[in-house]
Design a protein around this ligand. Sequence first.
Ligand SMILES: [Zn+2]
Length: 447
Amino acid sequence: MSYARTSEDFRQRDGHGVRHQLRINERSAREHGCLIVAAYTDNGRSASKKYAARPGFDRLVAALSAGYTADGQAIQGVVCVAYDRLYRRPEDLARFFAALTSRPERVYVDPQGMRDPFSQAEMSRAVRSLEAAMTETRVRSRRVSDWHWARAVEGMPHSGPRPFGWQEDRLTLHPVEAALIRRAVADRVGGKAVRAIAREWCDLGVTGTRGGSPNAQTVTQIMTAPRVCGYRANKGELLLLPETGEPVLGLWEPVVTPEQWMAACATFSPGNLYMHRGSAAPRRTSRTTAPSRLASGFLRCGARLPNGGCCGGALCAQKGRSRRSPYAYACRSCRRCSISGPLADEALERLLFQDAPPHVRPSEITRRRWQEGMTNSEKRKTIASVVAHCVVRPGVKGKHTWDHSRVEPVWRDTGPVTPAEQGGEGRVPWPGGRCEAGWKHAEPTGS
Ligand SMILES: [Zn+2]
């Protein structure tokens, strides 16, 4: 049987790649006296993503295990151009080899020759190709997320449909739509209900950039999006310059000032804000705001996503499950990472006073004041002067001992510590996108 696959980033998905591979397979088979009785293909399918379906591969494995193709032809082996077409993940290697070797005398053929899948040498070669494929996948996904990040930090606008308020170039304001947004922000800060604003837009015959008619939700999204004041969001969070911790400024023309935008955002409850939306965004069930915990806003989710990237969502304080951990910090965007609240707070404290490099480590006086009862807000300022944020690795299931090393610090800039950061006026992390940490939300005045 012949197998061919092209990955999803293959340029045209027109089947050229797959057809060429099948042709090479036919030649390889002929050269070794084999006859191809069935061909299985996955065109434009990734083999490195856990949840990406590969029906061709599944059918191949099923046929190998059964011993026969769907139309009853006996199978003696597999022809493929390279192992990395068949698998890029250990689970798939295991499935493939278990199925291939489920009958004696089976062979594996590639352009380099006919191989014995029962031999130690061939197994080693298969594993080496897996390692190479996995490294390549890691490097590639890192490169893609670096690329997005670098674009974003340079203030490039989001790709995707034209945002309401801007022209097709995504940089120049759309005079009519921008004026509507500006007016809506002012009206909202003045206490107007969003529904009333949406109704006005409808009466004016305004439609969204994809033709929809405005409603309270879309109008809220439009006016609370950070781009409105020139800030750049990335994955539901305000993007900050790593050097300064200040928001990244987009290259596009802003509609209102950051102050006006923040004033408008402050009129909404968290559930309505831009960072709590989108299909993946969790719904806020409770409107009560949890008290600010020590590490709120400093912790980022370190869970791996199915696409190989890192989640990076903010961990938010929530109720814990045990007496030892009466509260916890959990990622609400991927739900793959949570950490005991007291553990995270303790780990942060250790980082601050034991592990911090000298140029950011708090003074002895600060340490003593911390222990003798600083307020939470003072402590948070101290933390902000030491770490930009911390990445929390997901815990190991069933492991109950506290592992402080799960909290990995990203120290503040290595430049000289500014007086503002030393003194009591230490910078608190930017509020946008951080759960309950920074925002003081007024209840909606009706929306
Ligand atoms: Zn996450």
